[in-house]
Design a protein around this ligand. Structure first.
Ligand code: 5GP
Length: 113
């Protein structure tokens, strides 16, 4: 059984969030520590700890999450934004429930740190 995370608690409604989008497959809410004027997290309702734990059967879900990031960016009035999935601790993942960051509203440099 996958471990309880802060995001599974947000999905259950036991921890509040500033919701920006919701459907039967995912939930999106503002990051509590925004790194840019717009910083939103999109999470699947299905518990998948990390991108490396996703399988072939999650293909449609993963595609849906990407399209949702685009829909939300549009909703937020962003013309340019970055979609980030940190996978594993050394890559910066701190919450082990798959999530896509939508970061925008300022110029973003490359490469990332
Ligand atoms: P990661 O570092 O795993 O890619 O991203 C986790 C993100 O979740 C971080 O940007 C962090 O600020 C955000 N976060 C952690 N706890 C909470 C919370 O309780 N509420 C919200 N809205 N964001 C959180």
């Amino acid at each position: 059984m996958a471990e309880e995370t802060i995001f599974s608690q947000i999905l259950q409604g036991s921890i509040p969030c500033e919701e920006v989008y919701s459907d039967e497959l995912c939930l999106a809410f503002r990051d509590i520590q925004p790194q840019a004027p717009t910083h939103i997290l999109v999470i699947p309702r299905k518990t998948i700890p990390s991108l490396k734990d996703a399988s072939e059967e999650d293909s449609a879900l993963l595609g849906h999450l990407l399209l949702v990031t685009s829909k939300i960016a549009n909703q937020e009035g962003l013309q340019n934004w970055r979609t980030v999935i940190n996978t594993g601790e050394a890559a910066g993942q701190t919450v082990f429930h798959l999530h896509l960051h939508i970061i925008g509203g300022r110029d973003l440099s490359w490469p990332p740190g």
